[in-house]
Write a protein of this length. Structure first.
Length: 286
């Protein structure tokens, strides 16, 4: 399990970023990070690997393009992260809003489509290499999944086959967040999206590698309709939907954290992949 850490001192943030912050208080973070805020600035303290400087630098570019993306601040030495208790942290403007839920699916889908209109950023291009494949094969006898080992391995084999098919399908590549779920969206009082968070996985990728998120919600058809989806590629949707559930199992097994999430984010998702793809088929051209 990850240990709880104390908030950063005001002087440390000043020394690292040249920014005067008030008293930093714990703020809901997420699976990958702890968070703190003074109501004006927001600190993200990664538990493991931080976002790269390149990814953090691009938050300013996205904001300049009109997306509601809080721009990471530079440190005094010109980078975007600094050290705290052996971990890395970054500083962002604080955005006041509530965390979105699937009730906000329409707003999330529209924001996603706006992001997908950007095609010219210099970003890594996805290769669909999936670390979870070998991770799950190596840890298939872990006590958290050993009783469902055959199910896990069948889905790992399926993912490998889907990746092989998807790699030869030529589809447009756009700026993809790759984790644009409600927990990475803040919504204002009027229901509009005020912040799209956590761009550390951003790549140029098929739009399906973002759109799949809508299949994980309670009403995929509503999401795809709000996105105005048409002519999607079903194979790329299958890849993204399947890979997400297997990653969610692998990261929890690998770190031995969030046992409940193995079911809610992992196995529950795997068991509805095919039903979700049936719902998506009318929005696809193959």
């Amino acid at each position: 399990m990850w240990s709880v850490v104390a908030p950063l001192a005001v002087a440390q943030v000043r020394d690292d970023f040249g920014v005067e912050v008030g008293e930093l208080r714990p703020h809901p973070g997420g699976f990958e990070a702890d968070a703190f805020t003074d109501g004006r600035w927001f600190v993200k303290l990664w538990r493991q690997q931080p976002d790269s400087d390149a990814a953090l630098a691009l938050t300013a570019e996205l904001a300049a393009r009109g997306l509601p993306v809080p721009a990471a601040q530079r440190t005094l030495d010109g980078s975007y992260t600094s050290a705290h208790l052996g971990r890395r942290y970054a500083l962002f403007p604080f955005v006041d809003g509530r965390q979105a839920t699937w009730d906000d699916a329409d707003a999330i889908a529209r924001a996603m489509r706006t992001a997908h209109e950007i095609t010219d950023l210099l970003l890594p291009r996805t290769d669909m290499d999936e670390w979870c494949i070998e991770a799950l094969r190596d840890r298939r006898d872990h006590p958290w999944i050993v009783d469902r080992r055959d199910e896990v391995m069948a889905n790992v084999d399926r993912l490998e086959a889907v990746i092989e098919r998807a790699r030869v399908i030529d589809v447009p590549h756009v700026v993809c967040h790759r984790d644009l779920f409600p927990h990475n969206v803040l919504v204002g009082r009027d229901g509009s999206v005020v912040a799209l968070l956590d761009w550390g996985q951003m790549m140029l990728a098929p739009r399906e590698h973002d759109v799949f998120a809508g299949l994980c919600g309670p009403d995929p058809v509503r999401f795809l309709s709000a996105y105005r989806a048409q002519r999607l590629d079903l194979t790329h949707l299958e890849y993204a939907r399947l890979a997400r559930s297997l990653r969610d199992i692998a990261v929890r097994v690998d770190n031995e954290v969030d046992l409940d999430g193995i079911n809610t984010w992992g196995f529950d998702g795997l068991r509805r992949v095919d039903a979700d793809l049936v719902l998506a088929r009318p929005f696809c051209d193959r």
